[in-house]
Design a protein around this ligand. Structure first.
Ligand code: SF4
Ligand code: SF4
Length: 168
């Protein structure tokens, strides 16, 4: 297990887009009390996640599944008295985890679907049937080639699939 000095990890986070405000946290717990995910599972608590990060628990934060449980509702960010951009800090942590190859399987499936079919989830026969039942038109195929150009321009393919030239 990598033990990193707390300040090293904190500096790393604050240098990332979205992570800048993490050091403003004074552990009041407002984020946890307003978080819909924390209400449904004891496995998730944004205050504890911030605390772990500030204590330099890099492996626990970046290799665990906690950062992936956030629903990005921004309740916490709206209410934090210290103006910690909690949801954006979690995005920064996710981006760090992805760059180190720690991506949950379901997200890799989404990424693969996006690259191959231009959709996060394939159009299944069940989905087609349901759309017909609800009187909705069939879904049109996505413009995969155009999407690939956009994903390549943003570096998405390199980061997710570790192609040559990926930035660290
Ligand atoms: S609401 Fe803000 S200051 Fe309070 S624990 Fe959460 S992130 Fe920290
Ligand atoms: S953005 Fe994430 S951490 Fe914040 S309240 Fe919503 S689910 Fe909880």
């Amino acid at each position: 297990m990598t033990e990193e000095k707390p300040l090293d990890f904190t500096r790393e986070i604050t240098s990332r887009l979205g992570g800048e405000t993490i050091t403003h946290c004074y552990q009041c717990g407002t984020c946890a009390s307003t978080c819909p995910v924390a209400r449904t599972t004891e496995r998730y608590n944004p205050r504890q996640l911030i605390r772990l990060a500030l204590l330099g628990q890099r492996d626990e934060v970046l290799k665990g599944d906690t950062i992936w449980l956030c629903a990005s509702c921004y309740n916490c960010q709206e209410r934090c008295p210290q103006k910690v951009e909690v949801a954006d800090v979690i995005y920064a942590l996710r981006n760090m985890a992805i760059r180190e190859g720690n991506v949950p399987a379901i997200y890799m499936e989404f990424a693969t679907g996006l690259m191959s079919e231009g959709r996060l989830a394939p159009i299944s026969k069940f989905l087609e049937k349901k759309r017909t039942e609800y009187g909705l038109p069939p879904l049109k195929p996505a413009n995969v080639e155009a999407l690939k150009i956009i994903l390549a321009a943003t570096g998405f393919d390199k980061i997710m699939f570790k192609k040559e030239g990926a930035s660290p």
